[in-house]
Design a protein around this ligand. Structure first.
Ligand code: CAA
Length: 375
């Protein structure tokens, strides 16, 4: 099963994503039709249990499939990676039977695209300091506030949104946050203009204005006050996906560098015959292999039911810094050509950068790792 799924992801990525990725990047095109096709093949419910219409894959297979898609276009990978990891994990772990029937199943079938909104303009790394507020009104909740930098905010059918449910006179910090399942066609949900980003330009990233957005109480996920914990659990799964994304970006940069260094001659010698070049290629390949091994080991721990918070942070930290380092080396190997938009390595370099920032910066991953080591 693993080989077939990964082969299918690889073929799809090579035929239906890679040839178009540069154009989508240039034009900020969100390839909804491609995501819909991936959904029909099961890639929007990769780890969702079969009873909820998912593929029920193990996490290693999921990461391998995501690596294939990331190698073709990291923008598509993040659009589907967020959906597969964060909202899906939240609903599988904490959804009621009705919520799973109504949202998780169509998400797994690829009929609904989902995203996740935690950050705000003033609450990035310090996510628990967020301000958006929900107030109880009879049987409903009314949400107001503004979220920032949410993947799929302007393209999703459904967003998992973290807001405060404590009161201004009795703030409870991380314990005062709850998660709401918000269909994006609800009155009061307004996505901002998509951000004009350095990389992942074909993915949708936007703020969200929540303006007297009224939801029945059945749209709250799990228990009131547990939204921050659910977000952190979702991010543990998400950070493994970003690890696979980093590996995919870096692997593509290495593959392109190997081809280029075989063809390109200087001083009548192919570049790959220079030892300085060989050492660079050797270091690139070794770091990629190490990042992949770390990700797969963390995934195996997840499947064994272990707490993976430490390993998810290690994976994201190492794989994202690997992606940034490897793509920097690739540009250097390509020289002047590497700096030009006509060659694909500069896109990989731009796409790599955000892996060190979103779903928790490298600094936050080091905080999480150090807390585990010293507690
Ligand atoms: N799993 C389960 N529970 C967890 C947890 C985890 N991984 N991490 C923390 N918690 C729990 C803690 O146990 C604690 O509960 P108790 O008090 O009952 O023990 C509660 O959550 C609060 O935890 P902390 O005291 O550790 O919280 P903190 O305020 O110190 O924050 C942090 C910790 C690691 C810095 C966290 O705020 C963090 O990860 N920040 C980065 C946020 C982030 O990744 N943002 C990215 C948003 S998504 C995005 O980028 C957009 C996109 O669409 C891609």
């Amino acid at each position: 099963m693993r080989e077939q799924v990964v082969e299918l992801a690889r073929e799809f990525a090579r035929e239906k994503i890679e040839p178009y990725a540069a154009e989508w990047d240039r034009t900020h095109h969100f390839a909804r039709d491609v995501i819909a096709e991936l959904g029909k093949l099961g890639f929007m419910g990769m780890c969702t249990p079969e009873e909820y219409d998912g593929m029920g894959l193990d996490t290693v297979t999921y990461l391998m499939a995501l690596e294939e898609i990331s190698a073709a276009d990291a923008a598509i990978a993040v659009s589907i990676g967020i959906h597969n990891a964060i909202p899906t994990t939240m609903l599988v772990k904490h959804g009621t039977p009705e919520q799973r029937e109504r949202w998780l199943k169509p998400m797994a079938r690829g009929e609904l695209l989902a995203g996740f909104a935690l950050s705000e303009a003033e609450a990035g790394s310090d996510a628990a300091s967020l301000h958006a507020q929900a107030v109880r009104d009879g049987k409903d909740w009314v949400l107001n506030g503004a979220k920032a930098w949410a993947t799929n905010a302007g393209t999703a059918d459904l967003m998992m949104i973290m807001v405060r449910t404590d009161t201004p006179d009795a703030r409870r910090g991380a314990k005062g946050i709850s998660t709401f399942i918000v269909p994006t066609d609800t009155k009061g949900y307004t996505p901002a203009k998509p951000e004009d980003k350095m990389g992942l330009r074909a993915s949708n990233t936007a703020g969200i204005e929540l303006s007297d957005l009224r939801l029945p109480a059945a749209h709250m996920l799990g228990d009131e006050g547990m939204g921050f914990v659910y977000a952190m659990e979702g991010l543990d799964a998400g950070r493994l996906g970003i690890g696979a994304q980093g590996v995919g970006i870096a692997r593509k940069a290495l593959e392109l560098s190997l081809e280029y260094c075989a063809e390109r001659k200087q001083f009548e010698t192919p570049l790959h015959d220079f030892q300085a070049v060989q050492f660079k290629l050797a270091d690139m390949a070794t770091r990629i292999e190490a990042a992949r091994a770390l990700a797969h080991r963390a995934a195996a721990r997840k499947d064994a039911g272990e707490d993976i918070s430490l390993y998810a942070s290690m994976t994201k930290l190492f794989a994202s810094e690997t992606a940034m380092w490897v793509t920097t080396q690739a540009i250097q190997l390509f020289g002047g050509y590497g700096y030009m938009r006509d060659f694909p390595v500069e896109k990989l370099f731009r796409d790599a950068k955000v892996t060190e920032i979103y779903e928790g910066t490298s600094e936050i991953q080091r905080v999480v790792i150090a807390r585990h080591l010293t507690r």
